[in-house]
Design a protein around this ligand. Sequence first.
Ligand code: PMM
Length: 375
Amino acid sequence: MDARDAEVAGLPELSGTGRTLVMGVVNVTPDSFSDGGEWFEPDSAVAHGLELLGEGADILDVGGESTRPGAGRVPQDQELARVLPVIEALAARGAIVSVDTTRSAVAERAVAAGARIVNDVSGGLADPGMARAVAEMGVPYVAMHWRGHSDVMDSLEMYDDVVTDVRDELAARMDALVGAGVDAAQIVLDPGLGFAKAGALNWPLLAHLDALGELGRPVLIGASRKRFLGHLLARHASGGSRASLSGETRTPRSGAGEPVPPRARDDATAAVSALSAATGAWCVRVHAVRASADAVRVAAAWERASGKAAEAGGVPAREREPRAAVSARSGPRGDVGERTDKSVDSLTDDGTDAGGLAPTWQDSQTCDDHGGSPR
Ligand code: PMM
């Protein structure tokens, strides 16, 4: 998986950037878990979208139906009334807009209103008409891993091995979509962080993004403000082992064991963006754009520099040897470890410590970061 080589048919302006793209979230909903109600009026949603563009968003993702755990469905005409004016206005201002919907009728109307991408959190499972609609429209299509609507997804979290199960289920979606006439070049895959995945299940997916890369399509990551990050930070806030070992004094941001609130997850989101970019993700979907826009640029500069170091002969093998452990620790699936190693080469030049770039599979398995709700 490598963002630099990824091509998605129908988005010529976004190819060849040499970096991971940033999708800014514009939720036109009263009840999304992260920002519900903030941009509910069309004018404020449009203003928010323009602000995100100014902060460096490449794509604006407009959605009118909350997918927070437990949420019920919004009637189709209400979803349309929420998203269409916002999409029309943002597209008219030159934004590349995606529509976040599971309904083919909404996707079709949104594309007619100027949306260029369909982002379907159900990967075509919620609406049997979606594959045909996307095939006919020929637009880029984000197919996310999904097992059921928000009101039932908490009960669908059984996995033998979350990485291989998600990969195999996405492979099956790809086959079905292509079978229905969608060009594989239109498809972007997404592991669906937080969707039928409680806290600890999300980390192996991030640590093994290369497993999705095996399916040969670009990957989009939507970690922004999700609950598994809230739980991770709650451990720090409660004076967990890392803080006390390092003698660091941290201002508690939440009560012990309680996830920090969604907005307090933005720095961690940017860290996920940087690491996702380092492993070659095509795009990250985020609420707070500026930090992730910076993060993906840092990752790209880092990658370019490591490429140059390798071309120039790199660091002598003798110096590189101890760092190979980082590659081995990042897992058996190839790409992540390989690319980590390259970055480490350039770091060795200035003596910076690069240890522990990727969590290990075992670390993730033993992580106690379970949350009551997947986000
Ligand atoms: N997450 C949410 C909504 N849409 N789309 C994709 N492709 N991937 C995601 O992870 C994703 C998504 C939920 O977050 P929100 O309610 O804050 O928009």
